[in-house]
Design a protein around this ligand. Structure first.
Ligand SMILES: Nc1ncnc2c1ncn2[C@@H]1O[C@H](COP(=O)(O)OP(=O)(O)O)[C@@H](O)[C@H]1O
Ligand SMILES: O=c1ccn([C@@H]2O[C@H](COP(=O)(O)O)[C@@H](O)[C@H]2O)c(=O)[nH]1
Length: 213
């Protein structure tokens, strides 16, 4: 296999990165492309050493909450055709799970997460950097629904965390990182024009790689 094409998708929490990634992957798979999806969230640091009750105090919207060194090693390994032990994260207990998953590279790798475009040391591995740009009030509404339905959170805790860290850290780290994007996708997960355009670009890149050996 040739070196994979790596696409990084960033943007605010609730902007629709995961849904956009899902839709793009489905569209590529319809064209018989093999896609590996990685989530930056799986690289949140382990908090096993912190009491469960205290884990809610962590600032999960700061780059230091992630183990980006491990992510860098994993991207390196995947580009060198080595498998990785992909970590797994639990939002309810706010820590890494014991289990990891052996993962091999595929010709297209999509990685999505809030801090990816703040990590300049990763940029050498990103062939294309995308920022999903959705108004913050829409992100908050989506996050409220998702986190209470899927991530075991109460409305009150989502609202408090939003004021304390999510919103200020968005302005400090995530929004400025938009300047590093090659492409800005408005609205989020269901922007099918952006899905089609990016899908066509990736197919074209793949064909070019194959034809040039
Ligand atoms: N364009 C959209 N229209 C309606 N709901 C959306 C849209 N994009 C995302 N969502 C929903 O909003 C929530 C957050 O989206 P998600 O993709 O998980 O965001 P992110 O990965 O950026 O945090 C999910 O429940 C998702 O289904
Ligand atoms: O234990 C945790 C870990 C993360 N979060 C929040 O998750 C989002 C990032 O994930 P998205 O899928 O992009 O929404 C981040 O804003 C953290 O605040 C958490 O609440 N608890």
């Amino acid at each position: 296999m040739l070196k994979p094409i790596i696409l990084a998708i960033s943007g605010a929490s609730g902007s629709g990165k995961s849904l956009f990634t899902q839709n793009l992957t489905l569209s590529l798979e319809k064209h018989e492309q093999l896609v590996l999806v990685l989530q930056e969230d799986h690289y949140y640091k382990s908090q096993d050493h912190i009491a469960v009750a205290d884990r809610a105090k962590t600032n999960y919207d700061h780059p230091d909450a992630f183990e980006h060194d491990l992510l860098l090693q994993h991207l390196q390994a995947l580009c060198n055709k080595q498998s990785i032990d992909y970590p797994s994260y639990c939002y309810k207990t706010h820590t890494r799970l014991q289990e990891t998953q052996k993962v091999q590279a595929k010709p297209i790798i999509i990685i999505e997460g809030i801090m990816l475009l703040t990590q300049i040391q990763l940029f050498d591995y990103f062939d294309l950097k995308v920022f999903v740009d959705t108004p913050l009030d829409v992100c908050l509404m989506r996050r409220m629904l998702r986190d209470t339905q899927e991530r075991g959170r109460t409305l009150d805790s989502v609202a408090r965390q939003y004021e304390k860290t999510v919103k200020p850290m968005y302005h400090k780290f995530i929004r400025p990182s938009k300047n590093f994007a090659d492409l800005i996708v408005p609205h989020g997960g269901e922007n099918f024009i952006a899905v089609d355009i990016l899908g066509a670009y990736l197919l074209n890149q793949q064909h070019g790689k194959k034809n040039n050996g």
